[in-house]
Design a protein around this ligand. Structure first.
Ligand code: GLU
Length: 563
């Protein structure tokens, strides 16, 4: 080629190429990556989405919420949900951060279809799924932008940047590296190449085509139409350590990994102008965005975000530690995701969550209020549907990690299964357990060692008089107690006992003429209940007595008689 015949623009392009080659001599052409990661072969309408946390060692309930939503929409459309680890900010990283994230997903039954599955392993054809292992890819795209004059090396030292910031502050101008302030964008290629050859340190910046006085409009699936000034900052895309910044990396990854929907927290909504600009400059179709509102908490009459610092329940580990079953937490998050979930659940009490059709565009624009009472209520129902065996296994697994005393109580599996079997598997199952940490309190009275060791005063209800109580108990033991009785006979006998002692044998009779009786059959069975369990409210007393057995019942009654 005759150099004299090149136009000014062509000359530039040749120069940009030299610059790009000088900076990234070994980067592959981007066509290599475009071929290596072809479009996914999915059905029309399939949603590909991801969870892209930084391994900072903390998983917030809000992140789990995003996972539940993202995974669900991928599943219900025949798409893919993957886990990408965004570890390009080495300062924020903690040891075992990745393991912690994956463990949390496992604990809640929310493992991804693709991506990282342990600190070092991954599945899927679009990896590596850990950004720090994708350095070459980002550099290839940075090189591509430099070749087109869309990115450039910047040699400004931290001190120079600080000076610029000071000047802007003094003049009350918007801070940042943009427009006239972006001094390195005006260096000629020759100047830049000279500085590099001289060994001056540099980073790579995007040459933003944006103008602050123009607006961009964008449609967010959850937030609706939003409008922002165009982005005009020349952001850093490759840092001095050769790693990309989050913004740059996310655009490349979501493009190459075939993300169709970016579903994430709304703290990222304001990055939309930059993110769309990146896609535009790279000449790619941008994914759709759905920005989820944070979970809120009531505080002093006001509302604020559920806070990692202030609220223990903001950490997903809290639910595991408390022993709240994962299904309950996931179901609660579905509940706040779509307001029609609750009526769907009422109509389909036993349906799997997979059958619910979650709609991103029905998610609320303002944040849902966190409600632990609701979570525990859901948990109660979830546990009430478990078999005794399931309750046993889950409670034992929890106890092994968090409560040695409970683990010991559960040693005798046969007996524990009998206890958990009380009022279970029927139409109206027992609902006295909402978390595994409730179990010890809910069952310890069923163990003689526990119940009899406590010398605590039993709290009787209506009938309080010690002598009267002894009269009731001794007559019951002598004349009416027989372990082999069926439920009907057992109850008839308590009625007979009531009558013999001058109490109403039916509650109805008592209600009609309350002055006539000192109390009714219910008051008598409460005496029995408190004597045998120490509680005024328990599951079915007949079933409890069947599990306790003759010997234990006699011991318990005799203890009260001896007082
Ligand atoms: N790594 C970002 C974070 O830590 C991900 C944001 C996104 O999902 O695009 O939240």
């Amino acid at each position: 080629v005759n150099i004299m015949m090149l136009t000014k623009r062509e000359e530039h392009i040749m120069n940009y190429q030299d610059l790009a080659n000088l900076i990234f001599p070994n980067a592959k052409p981007i066509s290599y990556y475009e071929e290596k990661y072809p479009s996914r072969n999915l059905l029309e309408g399939a949603i590909v989405t991801r969870f892209a946390p930084s391994p900072t060692g903390f998983v917030h309930l809000g992140s789990l919420y995003q996972v539940v939503v993202a995974r669900k929409v991928a599943k219900q459309t025949g798409g893919v949900f993957f886990l990408r680890i965004e570890d390009t900010d080495k300062k924020r990283e903690v040891e075992n951060g990745v393991t912690g994230i994956i463990q949390s997903l496992k604990d809640f039954g929310l493992m991804p279809d693709e991506g990282m599955i342990s600190e070092t392993e991954e599945i899927g054809n679009y990896g590596p799924y850990k950004q720090s292992l994708r350095k070459d890819i980002y550099q290839a795209y940075a090189k591509h932008l430099i070749e087109q004059g869309k990115a450039y090396p910047c040699f400004c030292s931290p001190e120079t940047l600080e000076e610029i910031r000071q000047k802007q502050e003094n003049a009350k101008i918007r801070p940042g590296y943009y427009g006239v302030w972006a001094t390195c964008r005006n260096l000629t290629v020759e100047e830049a190449m000279q500085k590099i050859k001289n060994g001056n340190p540099y980073i790579i910046r995007l040459k933003s085509p944006g103008r602050e006085d123009r607006k961009i409009r964008h449609h967010d699936i959850i937030k609706g139409n939003v409008e922002f000034p165009e982005h005009d900052q020349d952001i850093v895309i490759i840092k001095s350590d050769g790693l990309p910044t989050y913004h740059f990396a996310h655009a490349i990854d979501d493009h190459l990994m075939g993300t169709t929907h970016v579903i994430r927290g709304d703290e990222w909504l304001s990055s939309i102008p930059l993110h769309l600009q990146l896609f535009q400059m790279l000449e790619w179709k941008a994914p759709k965005y759905a920005h989820i509102s944070p979970i809120m908490k009531e505080d002093n009459g006001g509302k604020r975000k559920l806070s990692k610092r202030k609220d223990p329940e903001a950490a997903v580990s809290y639910y595991t530690e408390e022993g709240i079953p994962k299904e309950a937490v996931v179901e609660y998050l579905m509940n706040i995701a779509n307001s029609n979930f609750e009526s769907w659940r009422k109509a389909n009490p036993n349906a799997s969550l997979d059958e619910f059709d979650l709609q991103l565009n029905k998610m609320s624009v303002s944040g849902a209020l966190f409600d632990i009472v609701k979570i525990l209520d859901i948990a109660k129902t979830v546990i009430s549907k478990y078999t005794a065996e399931q309750v046993y296994e889950e409670a034992l697994t929890w106890a092994k990690n968090y409560d040695k005393e409970l683990e010991k109580l559960l040693e005798d599996k046969t007996y524990a299964l009998k206890i958990f079997g009380i009022e279970r598997g029927n139409e109206k199952p027992r609902k006295d357990i909402s978390k595994w940490s409730d179990v010890k309190e809910a069952i310890s009275y069923m163990y003689d060692n526990e119940f009899l060791k406590e010398n605590k005063e039993l709290e009787y209800a209506k009938i309080q008089d010690k002598e009267e109580i002894k009269k009731i108990l001794s007559l019951y033991l002598e004349k009416y107690f027989a372990i082999e009785d069926n439920k009907q006979t057992w109850f008839d006998k308590i009625k007979d006992l009531s009558e013999e002692l001058g109490y109403a044998r039916e509650v109805k009779m008592f209600k009609q003429e309350p002055e006539k009786w000192p109390g009714h059959v219910g008051d008598i069975s409460t005496v029995l209940r408190v004597t045998l369990t120490g509680k005024q409210n328990t599951p079915d007393l007949y079933e409890i007595m069947q599990v306790l057995g003759k010997e234990s019942i006699e011991k318990r009654i005799k203890r009260s008689l001896a007082e």
